[in-house]
Design a protein around this ligand. Structure first.
Ligand code: GDP
Ligand code: MG
Length: 441
């Protein structure tokens, strides 16, 4: 996919005269690539029509960077499609909200309910889970298991067969217990069936959710639009979560879901585990969709803010995929020293949102400084290892003592390290551009 788009754009920059024919060929190529990424045909067609209006042939002919102009135009248009124009309802901490999850069987609802609850619990909320799936055998056990693991209160029944009754009882119970985020998991079916939509309508009517979240498997392909629309027609879907983004699917169906529900994507699921859950970020998602390499924006930023003489070394380390505590230390130094390098890492999914939330830079800086103090108490062996198992309890205790911090804090830093190492490892095998070719990535 990335290949074909780059080829199309390459072709363009090779052509000496940019006329409409060349632009059309280029857009055709991009169309094919986006269809392969499961973007809905109509959306692609509307987008290319727009691009033709936006891209000024005279600008292209005048020798500006043509590839860049087209790429940027496509990128911007796709970002626009993902922005429905209004944010979704956001629950407020301390004020009871009911959030209902809907989606086909297997889309990842139950898993995502727990991730959503866990995410908020970590931020000091009091979430609770209600299992209103009486259709799938073992549904309650699955939710119970997840909830127990995350220490989140749950409600359900082995005997009651009416999902509406369970949902209502569960919501009432947790309202009395002053939970501020009451999450209702619902059943699905393998297919879009009238019975399912009727059930969703009834559960919604009875529990009056503040937000209904449509959960979509990233690999459902062109079916996304109809599926999302069908749910939207029976309940007031207000947000979308796309799951299984850790797989091969590029998730172009998310654009359809946004278009069909007029609701934003709020999170993505990136694995089966509880913490494999990220706040949705439009730009990295679109980069991935276009196969621009998730890292093309990242590379541009590196070039912009990392001192010239440090670039090759950093890129080399990136391509090797080993992330040591020493690399983390050096990057933290950069962040503190240079400020703007923070922007570099903000290009990486998962980095900025967790480590450096927007508007809380001061707090993040002191956290980074605290981490560095702890790393100052590490041995060279510890700093240069990329094996987290090396960090035994006794080493962690020694580091805590040496730096005058709590054991808990050292463990928290190691968690951060593991999270960053995972992101970093995705860059393994990254092609390192030769000098002067950086912008041609
Ligand atoms: P439900 O039928 O909609 O409730 O779906 P489940 O929550 O039971 O999930 C179906 C399957 O998808 C389970 O095996 C989950 O572990 C898996 N799953 C859910 N979300 C993700 C994800 O983000 N990544 C991966 N790899 N698997 C997921
Ligand atoms: Mg389920």
């Amino acid at each position: 996919l990335g290949g074909s788009i780059s080829r199309a754009l390459q072709q363009m920059s090779n052509a000496t005269i940019i006329d409409e024919k060349v632009l059309n060929e280029c857009l055709n190529e991009i169309t094919r690539a986006l269809l392969q990424a499961d973007v809905q045909f109509k959306l692609v067609r509307d987008m290319t029509t727009n691009i033709k209006k936006i891209v000024n042939l005279d600008d292209l002919a005048a020798g500006h960077n043509k590839r860049r102009i087209i790429q940027q135009a496509v990128f911007n248009e796709l970002c626009k499609i993902l922005d429905p124009g209004k944010p979704s309802f956001t629950p407020k901490k301390g004020k009871p909200s009911v959030v209902m999850f809907v989606g086909l069987q297997g889309s990842g609802k139950t898993t995502t309910c727990t991730k959503y609850a866990y995410y908020h619990q970590k931020k000091g909320w009091k979430p609770a889970l209600v299992c209103a799936d009486t259709f799938r055998a073992g549904a309650f056990d699955q939710l119970k298991q997840n909830a127990t693991k995350a220490k989140i209160p749950f409600y359900g029944s082995y005997t009651e067969s009416d999902p509406v009754k369970i949902a209502v009882d569960g919501v009432e119970t947790f309202k009395k217990e002053n939970c501020d985020l009451i999450i209702v998991d619902t059943s699905g079916r393998h297919k879009q069936e009238a019975a399912l939509f009727e059930e969703m309508r009834q559960v919604a009517e009875a529990t009056k959710p503040d937000l209904v979240i449509f959960v979509m498997d990233s690999s459902i392909g062109q079916a996304a639009f109809d599926q999302a629309q069908a749910f939207k027609q029976s309940v007031a879907v207000g947000a979308v979560i796309v799951t299984k983004m850790d797989g091969h699917a590029k998730g172009g169906g998310a654009l359809s879901a946004v278009a069909a529900t007029k609701s934003p994507v709020i999170f993505i699921g990136t694995g089966e585990h509880m913490d494999e859950f990220e706040v949705f970020d439009v730009k990295p998602f679109v980069s991935r969709l276009l196969g621009m390499g998730d890292w093309s924006g990242f590379m541009d930023k590196i070039q912009e803010v990392v001192p010239m003489d440090q670039q090759p070394e950093l890129l080399q380390k990136l391509s090797e995929g080993h992330f040591t505590l020493r690399i983390m230390y050096e990057q933290f130094q950069n962040i503190l020293k240079m400020g703007p390098i923070g922007q570099v890492f903000s290009m990486l999914p998962g980095f900025s949102a967790e480590l450096m939330p927007k508007g809380r830079e001061k707090e993040s800086q002191s956290k980074i400084k605290r981490y560095m103090t702890m790393m100052d108490s590490m041995t060279n062996e510890e700093l240069d290892s990329s094996n987290p198992k090396l960090m035994t309890d006794s080493r962690i205790m020694r580091i805590a003592r040496g730096s005058g911090r709590q054991v808990q804090e050292v463990m928290e830093m190691m968690e951060e390290y593991k999270r960053l190492a995972k992101i970093w490892s995705k860059m393994k095998g990254l092609k390192i551009p030769k000098k002067g070719q950086m912008s041609a990535l």
